[in-house]
Design a protein around this ligand. Structure first.
Ligand code: 5GP
Ligand code: ZN
Length: 120
């Protein structure tokens, strides 16, 4: 596992140095509520190892990314999203400056709740 980055806010959350409202924890993945939610359900899923962004992901990370994606629906339902297809949620990975990434530790946003997104 990559060493924690001492300047990384999500590494500090993984290490418990910054408190968070946890949604899920296992040996590889932590999920916690976003501090500034954009929707009635909004949590983040992070690998415990420091990976700066989706741009740094390589073949060695495929099992981890697969686990994160497969876990997202379970946690979305656990956190109150309504089931597919009437309900649902959004999964977003902001990557790099042009992608709107502010925290440079790979994270998956999961947004949900009743119609949190206005189209158009
Ligand atoms: P990004 O723009 O990098 O995709 O999103 C980073 C997200 O992390 C933002 O939605 C922001 O509210 C959230 N965030 C930043 N710092 C903290 C923190 O200390 N605790 C929690 N729970 N969320 C944070
Ligand atoms: Zn980190």
């Amino acid at each position: 596992m990559s060493a924690a980055d001492p300047n990384c806010v999500f590494c500090k959350i993984v290490e418990g140095k910054i408190p968070s409202r946890k949604v899920h924890e296992d040996d590889e993945i932590l999920a916690f509520h976003d501090i500034h939610p954009w929707a009635s359900v909004h949590f983040l899923m992070v690998p415990k190892q420091h990976i700066a962004s989706l741009a740094q992901v390589g073949p060695e990370h495929e099992p981890l990314l697969g686990r994160m994606m497969a876990l997202a629906p379970r946690l979305a339902l656990q956190e109150g999203c309504r089931p597919y297809p009437q309900g649902g949620w959004r999964v977003v990975i902001n990557t790099g400056d042009d992608g709107g990434q502010e925290v440079h530790h790979l994270h998956i946003h999961v947004f949900g709740g009743p119609r949190p997104w206005l189209k158009g």
